[in-house]
Ligand binder design. Structure first.
Ligand SMILES: CC(C)(COP(=O)(O)OP(=O)(O)OC[C@H]1O[C@@H](n2cnc3c(N)ncnc32)[C@H](O)[C@@H]1OP(=O)(O)O)[C@@H](O)C(=O)NCCC(=O)NCCS
Length: 315
């Protein structure tokens, strides 16, 4: 298998990050695309040497390394890519050289809007997390009982405004808070997006599984990529625990979940039967969204058109 080594540079200046637009190169995966500058290593070259050479060729600058963000391995087409990502700065004024046609420094929103989406999605999570931290976006994963009252007030306000929920979440009056995990995304310390996962026992052909039920996914500030950060954080969390995530969604949000890394089971909601204390059962219309863990339980359920039972009427 062909192995390619290369580097990516996250070059900062005045609170922004540099991107370049590749010239039109039919067949090249970055043709016409905005991306973080970088390039392939030559035979025998170290990652640091590649970085200095590429930045000189592509941008005409001497680069200073602040730190190595990560090393990663990825498959692209039939090639194995071994990459190193550096956080850098330069005192020089970059110019679009080599095969770039335009360059510019961008804020977080500008990067999300401008960076080639497929290329951005392929970046390792360490790089995405670095960029979030650089722009003062933080991710907090906490137990339900540790959520502060000001955060709960915001959460209840937006559950009411965005999801029409009138119930109040409060650890003093609701049970089960110790089981819920809250995911809080903040920008400049302000809560901008939140959601929860809670363990739920579900049954298929009488066999018990424990999944993570996704609940109350809301962005207070919409359309800035915070919902995607939230969902990605939840997926990472479930992956570490080897658990499956399941939630239910209105069709108008299906695309958001697909773009955020979840899968959609069309009309899947109607396969989930809530069993009440008196033994009666009911299901609702709508799609299910999921991220499958190692149990492979959902593939089994979907392929065999199984009825799934669970004890929680709404999660
Ligand atoms: C749904 C919701 C959580 C999305 O959060 P958000 O922070 O606005 O989403 P993001 O900015 O991270 O969007 C990520 C991507 O999904 C797309 N997207 C977001 N909402 C979308 C929608 N309703 N339809 C189609 N695409 C959507 C964005 O355009 C973006 O695409 P891109 O990556 O190609 O640029 C948010 O709009 C919200 O709070 N809605 C009200 C509450 C709600 O319905 N929650 C879901 C319960 S099922």
């Amino acid at each position: 298998m062909e192995i390619r080594r290369g580097v990516i540079a996250i070059v900062e200046k005045d609170g922004k990050i540099l991107m370049g637009k590749k010239k039109h190169k039919p067949g090249h995966f970055l043709s016409d695309a905005w991306h973080f500058p970088g390039g392939k290593s030559e035979e025998g070259e170290s990652a640091e040497e590649t970085l200095h050479r590429e930045m000189k060729e592509e941008l005409g600058v001497e680069i200073q390394i602040i730190k190595k963000i990560c090393e990663y391995e990825a498959m692209y087409q039939d090639k194995k890519i071994i990459g190193t990502v550096f956080h850098c700065k330069t005192n020089d004024e970059p110019i679009a050289g080599d095969d770039l046609v335009e360059i510019g420094y961008f804020d977080y929103e500008g990067i999300l809007k401008t960076h080639d989406k497929a290329t951005f999605d392929r970046l390792p999570n360490e790089v995405k997390e670095f960029i979030e931290q650089f722009f003062n976006i933080s991710v907090e994963i906490i137990n339900g009982t540790d959520v502060s009252q000001p955060d709960l007030d915001q959460i209840n306000k937006y559950r009411h405004m965005r999801l029409d929920r009138n119930s109040i979440w409060d650890h003093k009056i609701n049970t089960g808070f110790e089981e819920r995990t809250f995911f809080l995304i903040r920008k400049n310390n302000e809560l901008v997006s939140f959601g929860t996962l809670r363990p739920i026992k579900i049954y298929i052909d009488g066999k018990e599984f424990e999944i993570l039920g996704m609940q109350a996914v809301i962005s207070i500030i919409q359309g800035k990529g915070y919902g995607k950060i939230l969902t990605r954080t939840m997926i990472d969390y479930a992956t570490k625990l080897d658990k499956t995530i399941i939630g239910f969604c209105e069709r108008k949000n299906t695309e958001f979940y697909l773009k955020s890394g979840l899968y959609v089971w069309e009309d899947g909601n109607s396969k989930f039967f809530s069993v009440k204390d008196d033994g009666s059962e009911y299901a609702q219309e709508g799609d299910a969204i999921y991220f499958e863990g190692k149990d492979k339980f959902l593939s089994e359920a979907i392929n065999n058109n199984k009825i799934i039972k669970h004890p929680i009427p709404h999660w």
